[in-house]
Each structure stands twice: as structure tokens, then as C-alpha cells.
Design a protein around this ligand. Structure first.
Ligand SMILES: [Zn+2]
Ligand SMILES: [Zn+2]
Length: 315
């Protein structure tokens, strides 16, 4: 089959990649549409030491199992089921997990992929492919509310106007918050403004240490430092950027101001599908471009450009 892989040095298309073979409890999925994520771009830079088929955001059609013939999205973490963290009900933190297109498991930039059957969630007809492909990053945005207590009226600042910042802001608004997004791209901030979400360019922001919750989606090393300027004493910083760097950063304010820092990753896919079905989140304005799988290497290049939000790949 055709697949786009990272071989440790370069991204390339393989037209004769071996057909994936499901193990017990696993099913094949024919990929309809996939999305490029920052994580893919980091893998290509060598950060995760992953070699194989890239991609973890997808919508497809299940080829086997109870959902055969149905459109599905899938949880990307594949737990072992036997370790202490699996036993503790933390399967997404399984010590021996594989992760679709990220760790030990070929991903979604291919004609077909393999996932455990229990990872799949059916997509209702009302959610089109170009919306369903957002389920995974949307779930990551929803995870914020699983980890932090948010009440209507809570003062929330979202740092970053990229893929995740856009989704986080929309999710918070759907939950009746009034988030303020701080970003660096006028075009991306305009999308938020057109959806009625308050936003401000970072050059004009006046951080006043007054936000109860700061959601850090900058995708940059200095995101935590920036978040510390916005969060109020006893407030919470939700860190979404895996590239956050504390080198040279004075962490004393975290102690003095009794700040809680919460790391946050993958979230509930079923809830994401439900939000898309209910029309609570608008993803169409976030699609920058769509490429054929044949052109997947160019799609990754396009996704790395600063003006890109979400770039899609269609097998
Ligand atoms: Zn992703
Ligand atoms: Zn486990």
C-alpha cells in the first residue's frame, strides 16, 4: 500500500509498504482523511526517535470487527492492559503503550492502519470527514476540563492561536467561559474574532497576573514563562506544549504565588465526536489545505509554515 513514512532521516512516500496485519483484538481501518499535527513535525525533526508511518489524526472506515463498514475515529494510545498503570485505570499512561504514528505503531498517513478494536469510536453521519478528522486534537482540548475545575465566569487566558489554541478557545466557549486568546498571527486571531471569541495580539497584551486559568498552547519553549506572567496567585497553568523549556526560567513565582502547573495531553474522543455532532465547535475555518497522500511530504512542509493551521492528507 501507499504510506508516508519517516525513516529516521527524511520523510518519503513508499508505494510498496507492507500491508498492516492486525493482532488479536485489533482491526484494520481504511483511512479516509488524516490531519498533520505539531507532533508529526517534531518527529520529522527527530525528537521522538520514531521511525515508521507518520500520523495519528484520522477518520476512516473500519474493515473488521463490530464496526466493520462504519466510519470511525480512534484513540491513539494502545495500552498493554497488564502493567500497574493500566491496572490503576490510567491506560493512556500505560508503561508499555504503543501510540499510533508516534511510538512503536505505524500511523495514519497511509491507505490502511491498525488499532485495537476498543480504541474505535463510530462517527455519526452528521459529522463529515473534514470535521471528524479533528476529533483527536479536539479531545486534547476537552481534556483541559477534565483536569481543571472551570466554572462559568472563570477568567481563562489561552496562549497560542494555532491548531490547539483555536480548539481550546472554542471548547471553553462552548462551556460558557469567555476565554481571551493571546496570539501572534493576525489571520489566526481574525478566525477567532469571527467566531465571537475575544483575542489580542501578543505585542499588545498587558499580562497582569490576573487569570485563574492559563491554557498554554503556544507550542514554543517559552510558553511556560509567558503563562507565568498571565496567571494569578493560586491560579492554574495547563501546559499543552511538549517543547516547554525551563532553562533559565525562574520558577520561584510558582512557589511564592502558589501556582498549580498541570500537564495535559490526550482526551476523551467520544466527547469530541459528540461536540462536533452538536455543532459546538467550528473546524472548517481551521483547514488550511488538503493534499493527496502522494504529496504527503509536501503536506508536512506546508503544515510547518507559520501561516498554516490544519493541513489534511487524503489517501
Ligand atoms: Zn496530534
Ligand atoms: Zn499497561
Amino acid at each position: 500500500m501507499n504510506a508516508c513514512l519517516f525513516d529516521g532521516r527524511a520523510v518519503r512516500l513508499d508505494r510498496a509498504y507492507p500491508e498492516p496485519v492486525p493482532a488479536a483484538g485489533e482491526v484494520r481501518v481504511r483511512v479516509l482523511l488524516a490531519g498533520v499535527c505539531r507532533t508529526d513535525l517534531e518527529i520529522v525533526k527527530g525528537y521522538m526517535r520514531f521511525v515508521g508511518v507518520l500520523g495519528h489524526e484520522f477518520v476512516g472506515v473500519a474493515m473488521d470487527g463490530r464496526l466493520a463498514g462504519r466510519r470511525v475515529v480512534g484513540e491513539i494510545n494502545c495500552p498493554c492492559g497488564g502493567c500497574d498503570l493500566c491496572a490503576a485505570g490510567l491506560p493512556t499512561h500505560c508503561r508499555r503503550r504503543t501510540v499510533l504514528g508516534i511510538a512503536g505503531r505505524d500511523g495514519a498517513f497511509a491507505e490502511r492502519l491498525i488499532l485495537p478494536e476498543k480504541n474505535l469510536h463510530e462517527v455519526p453521519d452528521v459529522v463529515g470527514d473534514r470535521a471528524a478528522v479533528f476529533a483527536e486534537p479536539l479531545a486534547a482540548a476537552i481534556q483541559i476540563g477534565r483536569q481543571v475545575e472551570l466554572k462559568p465566569g472563570t477568567r481563562v487566558v489561552v496562549l497560542g492561536d494555532g491548531r490547539l489554541g483555536q480548539l481550546a478557545a472554542q471548547v471553553l466557549r462552548a462551556w460558557r467561559m469567555a476565554p481571551v486568546v493571546v496570539g501572534k498571527s493576525d489571520a489566526k486571531l481574525d478566525i477567532l474574532a469571527s467566531l465571537g471569541i475575544a483575542c489580542i495580539h501578543a505585542d499588545h497584551a498587558r499580562p497582569a497576573r490576573d487569570a485563574a486559568v492559563v491554557v498554554e498552547c503556544t507550542g514554543t519553549a517559552d510558553g511556560l514563562a509567558m503563562a507565568m506572567q498571565f496567571v494569578r496567585p493560586r491560579g492554574t497553568i495547563v501546559l499543552k506544549s511538549t517543547v516547554a523549556d525551563t532553562a533559565g526560567l525562574d520558577l520561584a513565582p510558582l512557589v511564592v504565588d502558589e501556582i498549580t502547573v498541570v500537564g495535559s495531553r490526550c482526551g476523551p474522543m467520544a466527547e469530541a465526536v459528540a461536540m462536533l455532532a452538536a455543532g459546538q465547535v467550528q473546524v472548517a475555518p481551521l483547514i488550511t489545505a488538503e493534499y493527496a497522500l502522494d504529496d504527503a511530504p509536501q503536506a508536512l512542509e506546508a503544515a510547518a509554515r507559520p501561516e498554516a493551521i490544519k493541513v489534511l492528507i487524503r489517501p
